[in-house]
Write a protein that binds this ligand. Structure first.
Ligand SMILES: Cc1cc2nc3c(=O)[nH]c(=O)nc-3n(C[C@H](O)[C@H](O)[C@H](O)COP(=O)(O)OP(=O)(O)OC[C@H]3O[C@@H](n4cnc5c(N)ncnc54)[C@H](O)[C@@H]3O)c2cc1C
Length: 198
């Protein structure tokens, strides 16, 4: 480290759904995103997981509910993944008479989050790889990204180690090593192909 700051040899971008760095680095945004909202609320006991579909319930997505217990208290997690205002779709669902009759408390404001459903067009650059939600690596059907974040982080680490060994951290090497050179898994994660669902 000198007076000018820290010298970084390589960087992994892993700061999830913010896209400030990706935009600034000219990597673009995920090819597709969807809105989500979820709440947890006291509810009558149940042992049924539910999925609700339909354009009026959740356009391009679905509503889910999962019963759980916190100590002695039965609760329900309810969430929606949908195009548009997910919070409004969730509120509409929770106020349906057949649903509200099962709730024993006020759900309160939902946790909202944008989910990437397709990777960025480009998830590599000189000395840089993007992993996890930051790269838009998720399961396209649900937006779940725990598996893909671990997988892409592990592949990125292997790729950077190879790059250090070869003395190459340039974009061309990182693309070839992480995307084309690593069997099907990296390819299906999008490095070098930009497609998570194939
Ligand atoms: C309510 C909810 C339920 C979910 N359920 C599931 C599920 O059941 N199954 C599933 O597979 N996925 C699920 N997901 C998605 C899953 O959580 C993400 O896909 C996964 O956590 C992505 O991992 P990540 O490491 O890319 O990002 P994250 O786990 O979000 O980690 C990013 C980290 O970067 C940090 N960070 C952000 N900006 C900066 C910065 N500028 N500098 C330093 N650090 C920074 C953040 O604080 C955070 O710790 C769910 C998500 C939500 C919101």
């Amino acid at each position: 480290m000198g007076p000018e700051g820290i010298r970084i040899l390589a960087c992994g971008v892993a700061c999830a759904v913010r896209y400030r760095f990706e935009r600034g680095l000219g990597l673009g945004l995920p090819g597709q995103v969807i809105h989500t909202a979820q709440v947890e609320v006291d509810a009558a006991p149940s042992d049924t997981v539910e999925l609700h579909f339909g354009r009026r319930v959740a356009p391009d997505g679905f509503v889910w509910s999962v019963p759980l217990r916190r100590g002695e208290q039965s609760r329900l997690k309810v969430g929606v993944m949908a195009r548009g205002d997910a919070g409004a779709h969730l509120e509409r669902f929770l106020t349906r008479p057949d649903v509200s009759a099962r709730l024993l408390g006020d759900p309160g404001p939902p946790t909202r989050r944008l989910l990437p459903l397709r990777p960025l067009a480009k998830t590599y650059a000189d000395r840089l790889l993007v992993v996890g939600d930051a790269g838009g690596f998720t399961k396209p059907t649900t937006g779940g990204g725990i598996f893909y974040s671990l997988l892409t982080a592990s592949l990125a680490a292997d790729t950077l180690l190879e790059g250090f060994g070869a003395g190459r951290l340039d974009e061309e090497f990182l693309e070839a090593t992480s995307g084309a050179g690593r069997s099907g898994s990296a390819r299906s994660c999008g490095w070098g192909t930009g497609c998570a669902s194939s």
